[in-house]
Ligand binder design. Structure first.
Ligand SMILES: [Zn+2]
Length: 274
């Protein structure tokens, strides 16, 4: 049994502000250590329940956040950016299930720490076949293409609720109760990491017992609709071959599968950012 642990930073224990997730800010050093701790907690729980192999994807920013010198030696680390599958790099390597650690709610959510979808400056909304998704949905859809179910998530209460609504009754570890975009009641890391480890252990235990959640699949071909915050960003995103400009701030593209939609989305955001 091989488990992919996909890690982001905004949903890590104690994080409530962008400064804590930005390598340019002195607070970042503390929170990358906490991110490593949250990831190690998930590795511990997964291995205790019988995971034989663990691959970690460092999915925040440039993918250079997790302190490899402190990583549980039972895991391997996909680090750096860009990689073909970005936040779920390694998903195509025979993975049994995925665990999302430190995830956050999609852009526009209420009471959600640092809610955004990929880029707070370039993405307002994303839909696949008319269904609104954020990073939880994107990464679950890429996992779903490879028949990989997401079995657990950690983050604030809103991110966990978004995952359950989209994916069904997966295991959750709520490490903070958000009362806004930049305020939350946070569990101390020791308590939060125990919750993460316990949830990972339950999730892998359920998987071993034959209880396998349905991987997230969308009907093909997929229609990806992206709403940008300003029309000039849509002007640039619409340069992507195959894209249709469907409204002042919206572009759309029809593709064959979820990994191609993910690539198109990343290309749209790259163009929009220029
Ligand atoms: Zn992030």
């Amino acid at each position: 049994m091989k488990i992919l642990i996909a890690a982001d930073m905004e949903g890590i224990s104690g994080v409530v502000h962008w400064d804590q997730t930005s390598s340019k800010h002195p607070e970042y050093a503390r929170f990358r250590k906490l991110m490593t701790g949250d990831v190690n907690a998930a590795i511990r729980g997964a291995c205790e329940a019988g995971a034989e192999e663990v691959i970690v994807a460092d999915g925040h920013g440039s993918g250079r956040n997790i302190l490899i010198e402190e990583l549980d030696p039972r895991a391997r680390l996909n680090s750096g950016s860009p990689s073909p599958f970005a936040m779920v790099q390694g998903v195509d390597g025979g993975v049994s299930a995925a665990i999302f650690v430190g995830y956050h709610a999609r852009n526009g959510s209420k009471d959600a720490i640092l809610d955004h979808t990929w880029s707070s400056s370039s993405v307002s909304n994303v839909w696949i076949n008319g269904q609104a998704i954020g990073e939880i949905g994107w990464n679950a859809a890429v996992c779903g293409h490879f028949q990989v179910p997401v079995i657990m998530i950690s983050g604030d209460q809103t991110a966990c609720a978004e995952a359950v609504e989209l994916l069904g009754p997966i295991e959750t570890a709520v490490v903070k109760q958000a009362t806004g975009r930049m305020a939350a009641e946070c569990l101390p890391p020791e308590v939060a990491q125990r919750a993460i480890s316990d949830a990972a252990e339950r999730a892998v235990g359920r998987l071993r017992a034959g209880e396998r959640p349905q991987p997230l699949r969308f009907e093909t071909p997929l229609t990806l609709t992206l709403e940008l915050p300003h029309s000039d960003k849509a002007d640039r995103a619409a340069i992507l071959p195959g894209a249709q400009r469907v409204a002042g701030r919206r572009v759309e593209i029809v593709v064959d599968d979820a990994p191609t939609a993910y690539r198109a989305f990343r290309a749209f955001v790259g163009l929009a950012r220029e």
